[in-house]
Design a protein. Structure first.
Length: 341
C-alpha cells in the first residue's frame, strides 16, 4: 500500500492537463467515487490495526496533495483560455446578474433637488449629530418649546450643552447663515430623527429637504411662486397649491402648503379625506430673530424658508401605505421603483 501511495503521488506530480476536459479526466481518475483514492480508502479498511496510524496519515497527505494538484490544474486550464469546444455549449445564454436599484427615497430626493437646482438653489449639508444652538436656540425656539422635550428629541448628552440628533435640517440653514452673507439660496437634504413610536404612519427617523433664500427684498410672493413651480414640476402642470396660516418658531408669517389631490383631481376622495387637498410642506418668511442670531442684518435682508419630508412626497407619488417599507430594504419592494420610472 505504501508503494501504491508513492506511485500515485509521482504520477499526479507530473500530470499535465491543459484543457477542462483533461482536468475532468484527472478528477475521474483520482478523485471520483471510482477513482484511485477511493480504491485506496477501501483497501485501508482491511489494513491491520497496528499499521492504520501510519498509513492513515500517508493517505491523508496524498488526498491533500491530489486535491491541490487538481485545483492547480483546473485554474490553469481556465486561465489559459484553451477549452474543449465540444464540452462547452456556446449557444447557451449567459447567466444574468441581478442589478441593484436606487432606493425610492433617493430617487425622489434627486428629483426634488433637480427641480430646485434649476431655480438656482445649491445643496448644503450638515451633521446629523448637532447641538442645541443649531437645532433650536438659533431658530428662535422658546426655552420651553415642546420640540425640545425628551418626548421628541433624541439627546446624546445634556452636559455641559445639549448634544442631540437633529430633528430637522433647519440646523444646516443656521450653519450656512453663520458662515456666509446673503445672497444665500440653498436646499438642505438629510436624515432627521424624532422620538416617535414606529408605525405605518410614523418612524423615528425620516428624510427632509429644507430650503432657504435670503437676499434684499425677498417677499412671500417669491416663496409662493417657487413652491408653485416645484409642485407643478413634481406632481404635474395641473397641480394647484393652497397656503394655510400656521406656526413655526423660526418663520413669521408661517404657512403650511397643500396641493390639489392628484388622485381625485381635487373633487374629494378617501385619500384626501374628501377635502380635495393634501398637505406637503411647511414654510414662511424667516423670523428677524433668526437672521439676527446668525449675524445677518434683518433691516437690510429678508428671506423665506420651507421644509418638506421626502417620505411624504414619495408616498404621494407612489402611494406607499406603510412608512416602514422604506427602511426594511426588502429588495422586491425596492426593485419596483426603478421600473416605475
Ligand atoms: N423645520 C420644519 C419641520 O421640521 C419645517 C419648516 C422649515 C417649516 C422651514 C417652515 C420653514 O417641520
Amino acid at each position: 500500500m505504501i508503494d501504491k501511495i508513492a506511485s500515485i503521488k509521482e504520477e499526479v506530480n507530473g500530470y499535465q492537463a491543459d484543457t477542462p476536459a483533461k482536468v475532468e479526466e484527472f478528477r475521474l481518475k483520482y478523485l471520483s467515487k471510482k477513482g484511485a483514492l477511493s480504491a485506496l480508502m477501501d483497501a485501508f479498511r482491511t489494513v491491520p490495526s497496528d499499521q492504520k496510524r501510519e498509513l492513515g496519515q500517508k493517505l491523508n497527505e496524498l488526498k491533500t496533495f491530489v486535491t491541490e494538484r487538481y485545483n492547480y490544474l483546473k485554474e490553469n486550464a481556465s486561465l489559459s483560455g484553451s477549452f474543449d469546444s465540444a464540452s462547452i455549449d456556446l449557444t447557451r445564454s449567459a447567466t444574468s446578474f441581478p442589478v441593484g436599484s436606487r432606493h425610492p427615497i433617493s430617487i425622489v430626493k434627486n428629483d426634488i433637488l433637480r427641480i430646485f437646482a434649476d431655480m438656482g438653489f445649491t445643496i448644503a449639508e450638515g451633521p446629523e449629530i448637532e447641538d442645541d444652538w443649531h437645532v433650536f436656540s438659533s431658530l428662535n425656539f422658546p426655552a420651553d418649546h415642546p420640540a425640545r422635550d425628551m418626548q421628541d428629541t433624541f439627546f446624546i448628552s445634556r452636559n455641559p450643552i445639549d448634544i442631540l440628533l437633529r430633528t430637522h435640517t433647519s440646523s444646516v440653514q443656521t450653519r450656512t447663515m453663520e458662515k456666509n452673507q446673503p445672497p444665500i439660496r440653498i436646499v438642505c437634504p438629510g436624515r432627521v430623527y424624532r422620538n416617535e413610536a414606529i408605525s405605518a404612519r410614523a418612524h423615528c427617523f425620516f428624510h427632509q429637504i429644507e430650503g432657504l433664500y435670503i437676499d434684499k427684498n425677498v417677499s412671500f410672493a417669491d416663496l409662493r411662486q417657487v413652491l408653485l413651480n416645484f409642485a407643478q414640476q413634481m406632481f404635474g402642470a395641473e397641480t394647484k397649491i393652497r397656503l394655510r396660516p400656521s406656526y413655526f418658531p423660526f418663520t413669521e408669517p408661517s404657512a403650511e402648503m397643500d396641493i390639489s389631490c392628484d388622485i381625485c383631481g381635487g373633487k374629494g376622495c378617501a385619500f384626501c379625506k374628501e377635502t380635495g387637498w393634501v398637505e406637503i410642506l411647511g414654510c414662511g418668511m424667516v423670523d428677524p430673530n433668526v437672521l439676527k442670531s446668525c449675524g445677518i442684518d434683518p433691516e437690510i435682508y429678508s428671506g423665506y424658508a420651507f421644509g418638506l419630508g421626502i417620505e411624504r412626497i414619495t408616498n404621494l407619488k407612489y402611494k406607499v401605505k406603510d412608512l416602514r417599507m422604506f427602511s426594511e430594504n426588502d429588495v422586491r419592494f425596492l426593485a419596483e421603483f426603478e421600473s416605475a420610472r
